[in-house]
Design a protein around this ligand. Sequence first.
Ligand SMILES: [Cu+2]
Length: 150
Amino acid sequence: MRVLFCNVPTLKRLLAIVVLSAPGLAAAQLQLTDAWVRAVPPVSSGTAGYFVLQNNGTEPVTVTGVSASFAHHVMMHSMARNDDGLRQMQHVDDVTVAPGEEIAFVPGGMHLMIMGMDAVPSPGERVEICLQLKGGDQLCHDFEVRREQP
Ligand SMILES: [Cu+2]
């Protein structure tokens, strides 16, 4: 009996190793913080989302797409000055975060463009947004709906 009980932690450790070597590895080494969505009036069909993505792993991680259950499309946009000096949004196909680096999606910079919302979330609500990663993983996270950045 005693031997059996002693073996339980070992078994758990083995299970943990198996889980970590599963396809979730890229997602496991990522940390997503400051995740929020801008609150908009109920008549709006679109809004923007922001977050900071940190890569704590040893391999680069590439975000190849974004999805949300409450919206038809989510795109990654960057902000750049055009020839006239005006700031303009540009669609970004993918974003790579090097090991030990982080990338910030913030107002006035890179952002998630959330379009075709079925129901407009209210301030204080939490909505789930998923980042698709190169290699097939996805990283889902709750985003808080806020009127402005705190
Ligand atoms: Cu945009």
